[in-house]
Design a protein around this ligand. Structure first.
Ligand SMILES: [Zn+2]
Length: 191
């Protein structure tokens, strides 16, 4: 049975590494995957890449792109797609998630989305909220807090070494830094 998965985690939880490992597992069995990444993420440049240095080509999804159209285009070329893997899915829109749900239900192809659940301002991302509502399976990708050894559940934004709690939830490519933290260290980071 094809399913819609939401595998969420904080920053530094090796989400992209997990995605590449999953894609690799499909490919060594001769199965076909389609990798997607939001075009809004200026770091992506048409590839999923990891801090560990691994990289795989991915199709860019713009804010107005229809994922079903992208999927059907690839379906024609490859004849069959066994799994769709989405990186940084929190940067997609609610509509994109509805289109991914349709891929699962109409084409019986599993879709695995990797991304953040909440922003540094403690808000659910639009796409993550939709995924929490529509996914068949939720899975947490775990890592430990930067400051203590508890499980990290949140993302702390630092700008010039100072914690930031308000602003635009989606900001990329600036001088800010994000750290995985537990909620206690989110509130009172031991900087
Ligand atoms: Zn902590």
């Amino acid at each position: 049975m094809a399913k819609l998965f939401f595998k969420y985690g904080t920053v530094f939880s090796a989400k992209s590494l997990n995605l590449i490992a999953a894609a690799y597992n499909y490919e060594i069995q001769g199965k076909k995957v389609l990798l997607l990444i939001p075009a809004i993420d200026s770091r992506s440049k048409g590839a999923v890449s990891t801090r560990a240095g691994l990289s795989m080509p991915a199709e860019l999804v713009g804010p107005k792109s229809n994922i079903l159209t992208i999927f059907k285009k690839h379906l024609k070329k490859k004849e069959n797609i066994d799994c769709v893997l989405v990186d940084e899915c929190q940067m997609l829109t609610e509509k994109h998630i509805d289109q991914l749900r349709e891929i699962v239900d109409t084409y019986h192809t599993s879709v695995i989305c990797y991304g953040l659940r909440v922003s540094y301002t403690l808000e659910l991302f639009e796409a993550s909220e939709r995924l929490l509502a529509l996914a068949d399976k939720l899975e947490e990708i775990k890592t430990i807090c930067w400051f203590c050894n508890d499980k990290a559940t949140h993302n702390l934004k630092l700008l010039d070494g100072k914690p930031q709690y308000i602003g635009n939830p989606i900001e990329i490519g600036g001088l800010e830094k994000y750290l995985p933290v537990c909620f206690a260290c989110y509130k009172n980071p031991k900087l």
